[in-house]
Write a protein that binds this ligand. Structure first.
Ligand SMILES: Nc1ncnc2c1ncn2[C@@H]1O[C@H](COP(=O)(O)OP(=O)(O)O)[C@@H](O)[C@H]1O
Ligand SMILES: [Mg+2]
Length: 193
């Protein structure tokens, strides 16, 4: 696709449409098996990001040998639908990559509800890979590119670290509307078995 909707010549409505089309194309290209069966998981709309992730990781735990854990910090709140969907899709692709490529034993997903940003970390203890310049590898790295695109579209960013010793860590930060500071609750760890 020549124009991703980010050029200045595009009217905003066209740009938004093109950007969404691009994300859908990235999604379609990266799709694998039953873990992406649902276009927009109903549990995400009805109950939010954490229940949707619990459900995703439970499915992984039940259908594969991967040991999964979901950690949630901060006050769990509902976020704008586009943020919840982007976060879910990003994590879904990272989980899918762990299953497809990592040969990992453990997978940990962390969601941090900060006062003004959502933090996401997906870490596996697998064999890792060499992270190259994503822009140079656009046709082969659609999953990783899609993660980055989603975060950037929401004003955030993604960092990726990977090595054979430490496995792969995908970390995303996305701004969310500022909330009043409150006493941070203790982190909760959910072990899915
Ligand atoms: N968690 C991971 N562990 C090991 N290798 C990974 C991981 N995530 C991504 N990779 C490597 O990065 C490549 C690009 O990933 P991605 O953009 O999602 O494309 P795809 O999954 O379609 O190959 C993968 O082919 C794989 O070599
Ligand atoms: Mg992938």
């Amino acid at each position: 696709m020549e124009c991703s909707g980010r050029c200045r010549a595009c009217p905003p409505a066209v740009a938004a449409g093109l950007a969404e089309t691009r994300l859908q194309a990235l999604d379609a290209a990266a799709r694998l098996g039953s873990l992406t069966r649902e276009l927009r998981p109903p549990v995400l709309d009805s109950f939010g990001l954490v229940p949707a992730l619990s459900s995703l990781l439970l499915e992984v735990q039940e259908e594969t040998d991967l040991d999964t854990e979901l950690q949630v910090t901060g006050e769990e709140v509902r976020l704008a639908p586009e943020i919840e969907l982007a976060a879910f899709r990003l994590i879904q692709e990272a989980v899918r990559n762990t299953l497809r490529h990592a040969e990992a034993v453990r997978l940990q997903v962390t969601v941090e509800f900060g006062p003004d940003e959502l933090g996401i970390t997906v870490a596996d203890d697998g064999r890792g890979f060499t992270i190259e310049k994503l822009d140079d590898l656009a046709t082969e790295h659609l999953g990783l590119l899609g993660m980055r695109e989603r975060a950037i579209q929401l004003g955030g960013h993604v960092q990726m670290r990977s090595s054979p010793d430490t496995g792969t860590v995908i970390e995303a930060r996305v701004p969310v509307p500022l909330r009043q500071p409150e006493q941070a609750p203790a982190p909760t760890v959910r072990k899915l078995d």
